[in-house]
Ligand binder design. Structure first.
Ligand SMILES: [Zn+2]
Length: 569
């Protein structure tokens, strides 16, 4: 067994101090390590960069020599059986995947916090917390022992998958999907929590109903941090950590975005925490775990998050269809839309997805947003090919049955296709090759028509400047250019400061000064590039940006009606 004592003597300095007690056979090397990444967030984060002051003592409090042998590994020779390893972690990064400690609270993520001993991963890992002076609450999905400040994980994987929040958070308990839930609220917001809990309850019931099995957890915790401007979530086996801007409960579109995040992380309970690609578990915590299937984890989950918000009656049909249309416009208008496949985007997440820069939108696709759109098309295709009998829901059910039969082994790329084909009774290899592992553009209008929905496309504007301008004080900077559009064609670059248009100094009114311009007109753009002035002639090119709307068709066939009914109930 490994026992950790976790203390916060100086939270104002953002340190957490840890004492790890380990019992090992004598006269052997003991190797300890911590992960370089955390499941759910596919980038090497080098968590050990925040670890220092590591020392090892034997049971007589004598210092034992311990060598650091790699960036995240330490080793000592055991001359006795009992040792205490002490170290501290600097914790001042408020994201769903890192640690944050101050006098108000401690949020600890396992991978960023706990060392383990090589070969001891399957042993019990027990943690005792010593809270800072007036911290009263602890939220953690691990079973508590000896009172609330001590928890135990069956193994290291589970410890890493069980974040903890300690402080004076508000805890709301409720029942849904057949099990108890906790909504843990950290920080103030403008939320109406009874509305939130009521809506969550229905969404949870709908999600549990899809899999038609007993709930996979004994209890579930939503940790919800209210932040200045951080938005995102991270899924775990029995809980999720979520962050939303504190004023994002109003207006309604913000509220829907907030609740859809919670619906998203909850759906991961099945899709990734249980149903998962072969490559993602058991994990290798020491390096990248490559898979071409992140689109299936995040694309499918991103489809279902908004879908369940709609099915639960939280969003109206109009709101749902508008949302689908906006998401589709965003994907299609991104210049990188057909430059990279979803399979490639998944594989390269480790080096690309979390490291966006000024050119990302030009040569990459987002496996969440594009993934969701391709998944919707796949779902509509399955419904069409089965004459309205089956849908992606049936694929998810079969995948879950597969998981229950062999919980330790995920599905391969081939198996996912096989399950889709088995449910559909038709070949889908072509769809996967072209749209998931290839970069061909989908005929979205055709797919939506299967459900009697009309996808209307309008070109948003006559010409497209093709830049994103950032206003900094009274100066204007190009933060991105779209390949193929006016600015990039004229040779404008990200980080150019725009000083004047047609001889007039840039002001907040600059758009009005060119409002009478049309395609083919020329603009003279005076820029400062790294301090050197340049005069650039920019020809206004026609816009390729599309705006979609989705609405029910007037006259639909029996099959279209059947599919519409199956999908939108
Ligand atoms: Zn996700």
């Amino acid at each position: 067994m490994l026992s950790y004592l976790v203390k916060f003597p100086n939270p104002e300095l953002h340190y957490v101090e840890i004492e790890l007690s380990i019992v090992t056979p004598i006269n052997q090397w003991v190797e300890m390590y911590m992960p370089v990444w955390t499941p759910g967030s596919y980038m090497i984060r080098e968590f050990s960069r925040h670890l220092d002051k590591l020392s090892v003592q034997n049971k007589d409090n004598q210092v034992v020599v311990c060598d650091k042998i790699s960036k995240n590994t330490w080793r000592f020779f055991s001359e006795s059986s009992n040792h205490i390893v002490k170290y501290r972690i600097y914790a001042n990064e408020l994201t769903v995947r890192t640690n944050h400690v101050n006098t108000e609270h401690a949020m600890l993520n396992g991978a960023a916090t706990y060392l383990t001993v090589k070969g001891y991963e399957h042993h019990l890992h027990q943690v005792k917390f010593q809270p800072y002076k007036d911290w009263k609450e602890i939220s953690c999905s691990l079973p508590q022992i000896n009172g609330k400040w001590e928890v135990v994980a069956e193994n290291y994987d589970l410890l890493l998958d069980s974040p903890v929040e300690i402080g004076n958070q508000q805890i709301i308990q409720f029942h849904a999907g057949g099990i108890p839930h906790e909504l843990v609220l950290i920080g103030d917001s403008n939320g109406d929590y009874s509305l939130l809990v009521n809506d969550l309850r229905v969404i949870i019931d709908e999600e549990v109903k899809l899999f038609a099995y007993p709930h996979p957890c004994e209890k579930y915790i939503f940790m919800l941090h209210h932040t200045d401007n951080v938005y995102g979530g991270l899924e775990h086996l029995n809980c999720s950590v979520n962050m939303v801007p504190r004023w994002d409960y109003f207006p309604r579109d913000k509220y829907l975005r907030t609740i859809s995040l919670l619906a998203h992380e909850y759906f991961h309970l099945w899709n990734i925490k249980r149903i998962r690609p072969l490559e993602l578990g058991p994990f290798d915590y020491s390096q990248e775990n490559y898979t071409r299937q992140l689109w299936a984890i995040e694309g499918i989950t991103s489809y279902y998050d908004d879908y369940f918000v709609y099915l639960a009656g939280v969003a109206s049909l109009d709101e749902y269809l508008n949302n689908l249309a906006t998401n589709l416009s965003n994907v299609v208008n991104s210049p990188g839309n057909t430059e990279q496949s979803l399979g490639e985007s998944s594989f390269d997440a480790w080096i690309k997805y979390y490291r966006g820069h000024e050119n990302t939108h030009n040569n990459q696709v987002n496996y969440y947003t594009k993934g969701a759109n391709v998944v919707i098309a796949l779902n509509l295709l399955i419904m069409h090919l089965t004459a309205g009998q089956k849908s992606l829901d049936d694929v998810m059910k079969v995948l879950y049955e597969m998981y229950l039969e062999r919980p330790t082994q995920g599905y391969s790329e081939g198996e996912l296709l096989e399950v889709c084909e088995e449910v559909t009774g038709s070949s889908l290899g072509d769809f996967f090759e072209k749209y998931i592992f290839g970069t061909e553009e989908l005929d979205y209008a055709m797919y939506f028509s299967f459900a009697g929905l009309h996808l209307q496309e309008v070109i948003q504007e006559e010409y497209d400047l093709g830049w994103v301008l950032e206003e900094r004080g009274s100066s204007f900077w190009v933060s991105k250019v779209n390949i193929g559009a006016s600015a990039a064609n004229a040779g404008l670059n990200a980080n150019d400061e725009i000083l004047a248009l047609n001889g007039y100094r840039m002001t907040a009114q600059w758009k009005r000064s060119i409002s009478s311009y049309s395609v083919g007109d020329k603009l003279n753009v005076l820029v400062s590039r790294a301090g050197v002035l340049k005069s650039i002639e920019m020809i206004l090119l026609p816009s390729r940006k599309k705006q979609y709307t989705i609405s029910p068709m007037d006259n639909i066939s029996v099959l279209q009606a059947k599919i519409q009914n199956l999908w939108l109930k």
